[in-house]
Design a protein around this ligand. Structure first.
Ligand SMILES: NC(=O)c1ccc[n+]([C@@H]2O[C@H](COP(=O)([O-])OP(=O)(O)OC[C@H]3O[C@@H](n4cnc5c(N)ncnc54)[C@H](O)[C@@H]3O)[C@@H](O)[C@H]2O)c1
Length: 592
């Protein structure tokens, strides 16, 4: 293919336009910048000069490269100058009528072959294209902020956009060092379509006081490895912008999960737009600052009860979670009774634990001496009666309510009064474990993440009957083993799964509707949001059957139509495609 679009015009040189102008000039293209008036043009040029000087300081390019690059950029205030461009990229503020007017003008000014692209985030590309007589040559080019570091570009085709033009635009993005993904014209495209629904649920979760803002954010960072928590991200994006994007998404989808959470409207009405106004979900040192400062919301946190003393731990089970949890406590110096259904199973679990400790030594995370100390603290047993003396029991047996209730009934008979009984369940109600005992006030959820030795998060789930000192005991125990506890109530999904799985389900629906491909969706979320894995990579790792179970539990609990598991997920599970463990899920993992 010939080098596409040797001359590019950028209309509107604000945050996005200035960045795109620089990126296009860096690829050796001539850039014609257009601003709204002579003053705005002068300011835009100054902004570009400043940004490129900063880039030289940071070592992103040399002073010579900067001079060459600036020589390629001209900035003026006449739209007619765009007539010389092969591609015009519009980056004016997000207002439909303004964009339509500019496209109508460009259509009149530019030769018929010129390609016109809009930088819109949430407006309909189709409606913008309809302002011209060349909708086949109109498309969306959605860059991400800041343009110099974000590698993703969504190339948005309407039903009328010519496939060749879209391919040329994708090639243009590649020449700018970006990774293009193909998307159709739907509010939010791929990235924001998936991201904002999740942000909205996090805002609603906070609004319902299910968990604190700090706990919601920590849960998603530590439980899913996301670069930022959802409420901190809403503050960064701007609460007003987020609300506008969600409104546009709801307008098209009529999905209640896209209807902006009422709290977003309240914050906007109060002028609390996030970092830019100095306050949103959090309070910042000053408008524009990223430094969070204490505010009343934190100051009014209730005084905590005192926890019970915990010196010895019992762990029930012999699988991955039980072994990992036993390791966590032993490494922090606790005596751990590892109780399984038979002595043999318990011994094998301890052998697994020993191997894991050896790996830590090999990686230099543990000394040989520490390994031996930790190992000596773990006593495997095939008899639950030995749990009579422990202070805290953590149960990690099969995810089956009947099995867990039977175990809790047994623990109730064996354990000493005052012992704290915790379940690690991820999808069963903690209260159903509690009511199998005569002491539901001592029962609580401790939801560890896999692998337990590495993952810092523990969701501490109190039921309506859990006593305050039991919650305090578990919070203190988490801190003692260097885990980060977050508190929440006993409802489906707790914090992490209730926010994560609807997002994964949305990704499956996007695929099912042929809106974008597995690879494009995964790439978009990794590059657009800095996620460690794309949704389909994650589903294949977690297991499609496990994911389906969690989605069904969430749907059953909240009865929200938007939470119903995507039929494609059910079909894959029915076909035995369960992800990595069976060699095939959304991708084929079979060895070649
Ligand atoms: N900021 C982001 O994070 C981001 C990310 C992706 C996409 N977008 C989208 O990119 C587009 C631009 O957003 P932005 O954040 O750069 O906005 P901005 O407000 O920083 O910049 C807009 C610029 O357009 C200029 N302008 C206004 N009217 C004009 C006209 N008639 N002719 C020429 N120039 C005009 C303004 O003077 C201003 O410099 C919007 O559609 C936005 O939704 C923004």
């Amino acid at each position: 293919m010939e080098r596409p679009f040797p001359t590019v015009a950028v209309v509107g040189l604000g945050t996005m336009g200035a960045g795109i102008a620089v990126a296009a000039a860096r690829s050796g293209r001539r850039v014609i910048g257009v601003e709204a008036g002579p003053d705005a043009a002068a300011r835009a040029l100054a902004r570009i000069e400043e940004a490129t000087a900063h880039a030289v300081q940071r070592g992103r390019f040399t002073a010579e490269e900067r001079t060459a690059l600036l020589a390629l950029i001209s900035v003026g205030d006449r739209l007619e100058a765009a007539a010389e461009a092969d591609l015009v990229i519009e980056e004016v503020p997000e207002q439909l009528e303004l964009k339509r007017e500019i496209f109508a003008e460009l259509d009149r000014i530019c030769p018929p072959e010129t390609v016109l692209a809009t930088g819109t985030t949430a407006l309909s590309v189709t409606r913008i294209a309809a302002a011209t007589a060349r909708p086949d040559r109109v498309l969306g080019l959605h860059f991400f902020n800041p343009v110099h570091s974000m590698k993703l570009v969504e190339v948005v085709r309407t039903v009328l956009t010519s496939p060749q033009i879209a391919e040329q635009a994708a090639e243009f993005a590649r020449e700018l060092g970006k990774e293009p993904v193909a998307a159709g014209d739907r509010a939010g495209f791929v990235v924001n379509g998936l991201l904002f629904a999740y942000l909205n649920q996090a805002a609603a979760m906070y609004e319902s006081r299910y968990a604190t803002r700090e706990d919601i954010d920590a849960a998603m960072r530590l439980g899913c490895g996301l670069p930022m928590g959802p409420l901190a991200l809403l503050d960064l994006i701007g609460v007003d912008t987020a609300r506008t994007v969600l409104e546009a998404m709801y307008e098209q989808s009529k999905d209640r999960l896209h209807a902006p959470a009422p709290i977003l409207g309240q914050l906007v009405a109060a002028g609390l737009l996030g970092r830019k106004s100095g306050r949103g979900f959090y309070t910042y040192e000053a408008p524009g600052s990223s430094k969070v400062v204490a505010d009343k919301v934190v100051a009014t946190a209730a005084a905590r009860a005192e926890g019970r003393e915990v010196r010895s731990i019992g762990v029930c089970g012999s699988g991955t979670m039980a072994t990992g949890i036993a390791e966590v406590f032993a490494k922090s110096g606790y005596r751990v009774l590892l109780a399984a259904r038979s002595q043999d199973k318990a011994d094998r679990a301890k052998a697994q634990l020993s191997k894991s400790l050896e790996r830590s030594v090999a990686k230099g995370r543990l000394t040989e001496e520490q390994r031996q100390e930790a190992l000596a603290l773990v006593v495997p047993t095939g008899s639950y009666t030995e749990l009579a003396e422990v202070d805290l029991v953590v149960e990690a047996v099969a995810e089956d309510l009947a099995v867990k209730r039977e175990l809790f009934a047994t623990l109730d008979k064996i354990c000493k009064p005052g012992a704290v009984l915790a379940t690690t369940t991820s999808s069963l109600p903690v209260i159903s474990c509690a009511t199998a005992t005569s002491r539901p006030q001592d029962v609580i959820g401790m939801h560890f993440f896999n692998p337990a030795p590495a993952m810092k998060l523990v969701e501490v789930v109190s039921t309506v009957l859990t006593s305050a000192d039991v919650t305090a005991t578990v919070l203190e125990s988490c801190a003692a083993v260097r885990k980060h506890p977050v508190e929440c109530g006993d409802r489906a999904g707790f914090i992490v799964n209730a926010l994560l799985f609807p997002y994964l389900n949305d990704a499956v629906r996007m695929l099912q509707e042929h809106y974008a491909t597995v690879d494009d969706i995964d790439t978009a979320m990794k590059l657009g949001c800095g996620y460690p894995m794309g949704p389909f990579e994650l589903l294949d790792v977690v297991g499609l059957d496990v994911s389906l179970t969690i989605e069904k539990v969430l749907h059953q609990e909240f009865r929200e139509p938007g939470l119903a598991a995507a039929p494609l997920l059910e079909h894959l599970v029915a076909a035995g495609c369960l992800g990595r463990k069976t060699g095939r899920g959304f991708r084929d993992h079979a060895r070649r």
